[in-house]
Write a protein that binds this ligand. Structure first.
Ligand code: HEC
Length: 173
């Protein structure tokens, strides 16, 4: 017991002796933080492409219908994800309607945008979760492997949207 106490006491002395060293290191640490910050700022300013954005019109015309589409052997995304308690939570379809109102689509859009990394489909949860692991998707999804390959036209439409595909109001049918 005594031995233990002595040991701790030694430790305290040790820390006291350390302090001046830490004090001299502190300004250096601050400098390192500033340098890191400047580096990050410089590299984002030098990035070739502007931050990709996600287009609502494209989302509404090409992406949202995918959530309503029946794929052989699978239930439709909306069946499980309307009002779900996971991060992919869609609005419940209005009674008797086959699609969402514009206001509901905007709410869906907000939720869905959080599940993707703009510009990078293969690090986007929305694309990886329902994709077969053989095609680079997540190991498990309760809703099944809805896309067996990254060549699936619907998967490609999702990927195009994430890569910044846009529909201009004038070209919308
Ligand atoms: C049979 C029900 C069912 C269907 C159909 C279904 N899912 Fe899911 N999905 C789930 C459940 C349950 C979870 C949460 C547990 C898990 O990760 O498997 C989930 C999780 C997810 C997640 C991750 C959400 C989070 O919390 O991070 C995404 C993204 C997703 N699903 C996308 C889809 C897409 C896209 C479709 C349609 C192509 C789809 N799901 C169809 C049941 C389903």
């Amino acid at each position: 017991m005594k031995c233990h106490f002595d040991f701790e006491f030694e430790g305290l002395l040790e820390r006291k002796r350390m302090r001046p060293v830490l004090v001299t290191l502190a300004p250096l640490a601050k400098l390192a933080v500033i340098v890191l910050f400047l580096q990050t700022a410089a590299s984002s300013a030098a990035g070739q492409s502007p931050t990709p954005s996600l287009d609502f019109e494209y989302y509404r015309a090409r992406v949202e219908p995918i959530f309503l589409k029946k794929r052989p052997g699978h239930a439709r995304c909306v069946v499980c994800h309307a009002g779900s308690n996971n991060a992919f939570r869609l609005q419940p379809l209005p009674a008797g309607s086959l699609t969402w109102t514009e206001e509901q689509s905007r709410r869906n859009f907000e939720i869905v945008c959080r599940l993707v990394t703009p510009g990078d489909p293969t690090s986007s949860r929305l694309l990886l979760h329902p994709l077969s692991p053989k095609a680079g998707g997540d190991a498990f999804h309760s809703g099944g492997r809805q896309f067996t390959s990254q060549d699936d036209p619907d998967w490609r439409a999702l990927a195009d949207w994430v890569r910044n595909a846009k529909i201009h109001a004038s070209t919308t049918p």
